[in-house]
Design a protein around this ligand. Sequence first.
Ligand code: HSE
Length: 351
Amino acid sequence: MQLDVALLGFGNVGRSLGGLLLRKRDALQNDYGLTLRVVGISTGRHGQAIDPEGIDMEAALSLVNEGKTLAALHQGAEMADTPGFLAKVPAQLLFETIPTNPHDGQPAFAYLYGALERGIHVVTANKGPIAFGYQELTQLARRKKVGFLFESTVLGGSPVHALLREAFPGAEVKRIRGVLNSTTNYILDRMEQAGLEFDAALKQAQEIGVAETDPTLDIDGWDAAIKITILANVWMGAELVPADVDRTGIAEVSITDLRHQMDQDKRTRLVCEAWPGDDGKIKAKVAPQALPLDDLMTSLHGTDSLVQIETDTLPMTTLIDSGSGKQTTAYGMFVDMLNILRGRHDTSIKR
Ligand code: HSE
């Protein structure tokens, strides 16, 4: 089988995905009988290229890494912008990795909506459109009989969505708890373990590339709020937006507070939770909590993250993610692609 794919977004994750598709080319052919062609790439700063015969990914990566545009790889008429690219690219599956807009998920939501309407499968790592438009996009995908998956939106590429989709048929999710933001975990851990001041720890988190471009999205708990919104909406049937989450970040946490808690054998983590309130509606909260050492969350170091799922059938299942980054995020997207091809993409199984 031949699959023509397009990449919308070619930053850290998009390029890692490009490299992974190259590295797995033979395995895809040998194990799945799948011949993959990249027929379009749209970047934020290096232009766009469409080639129905297939773009040379090695050449595309070299051009962009040298700071050049992709114009030399484009075949056909000029394209003005991203909507123009999406209207023309002859792909069967779109990988989307443009930056997250934490306020309304746009313009990614509109791009994904348009692609699904054209009958193109969509795989995204972008949290915005899922937090703000999961229901609408999923229903559209169902109507169009195409796949729509987003594994890499929470916990890097670790299989939290696949776990819920595949391993919990018939179960009811009662509560989700997690440490979902790596940057704040890294900062708290460095402050606790190495006695670093907040600003120095944040600078390190930025250096290793885990912080958002605007790190206040991490520090103030927005990234965590977006991720718990996604988990609550997809797996608990909630209809939250990130602003509904009762949110406290870590800006006010001092070394003195952390030391005080450590003296009492506690560690502080930015905890996300979603649970049904007394009115039956799902509530969600993000806040720093001082936890006893027998809580698994206290074992998280550096950029580790974790999700705990409580259901009516399995009391507690924990997934821990260590060592995630752009490569694991890219792998989550690769897995989504294969799951779509295998017809394993219906997130409605729980409702
Ligand atoms: N800034 C995010 C984090 C990146 O720290 O978790 C991954 O979504």
